[in-house]
Design a protein around this ligand. Sequence first.
Ligand SMILES: O=C(O)CCC(=O)C(=O)O
Ligand SMILES: [Fe+2]
Length: 289
Amino acid sequence: MAEKRTLEAYFAPSAKRQREADDKPVSTSKHKSYPFDIIEIPEALAEQLLPPNAPVKPGKNIDNRQDLNILYYNPFIPKLCTRQLFEFLRTELPFYRVEWTTVFGLDETSRFKNGSVVDAKSEVLVSDRLYDRYPPRPIPQCLDTLRRSTEAATGFKFNFCLVNYYASGADSISYHSDDEKFLGPEPAIASFSLGAQRDFLMKHKTAAPGSLKLVLGSGDMVLMRGKTQSQWLHSIPKRTGKHGEDGGRINITFRRAVTKDGTENYYNYNVGRGPVYRWDRTRREMKQA
Ligand SMILES: O=C(O)CCC(=O)C(=O)O
Ligand SMILES: [Fe+2]
């Protein structure tokens, strides 16, 4: 109990800590492809996202339906810091419009070396048509900490991070699967929820083994793997009635693209060529930066 109070006290910003924080220069993730420098998460918060603090519990296997293979962490992120992480990411990340999305990362054929894109094997600078329209962006520290933790917990490797912001219960994503060729045949996708609770619905593409509903809370993670993407569909339906106004939700997915098509596709659909938006704390909505 004593430990809980200490942690809660830490995460609630006191006037004294705010003064201390104001005195300290903030560290940022910088890259020529970012629209602005992205503030790093404080060390104490980063620690909460990494072993031994996260995952909070081992994942629960859900594989009792034909072709379904899910590992459900309920939760992965300690409850005490989910609010702070949600507010941090909503405030500090750049967002773009299809829905509200952003993306970072690079497919497995290449990597970043001193901020430049080089071939993963030869380390020669890469210039490729598929990277030309959008400069690939390294995953900033605030998301990379969670990526490392996810890799440690699951044993899978990830090179992309997509972020979706659902402003209210009216924002939704219809039934689809993330089965693009550039993810390889049996992709593992780790999907985190922060903020408002939402239903995650799944159904088989062709057979009728029964559907599945997970009620995703802040800090939960669903790892979809095996035949899940090739044989099942998933969705986040609109949330109406008394829960419609429960507030914003952030979904973070970690994925591994194996070819350059993945890089082109993700930046094209999740960044695009429109303006950058940022969360406006006063108006409590996204505003063009
Ligand atoms: O918001 C979610 O939990 C799911 C998002 C999703 O399925 C996607 O981005 O492909
Ligand atoms: Fe999806």
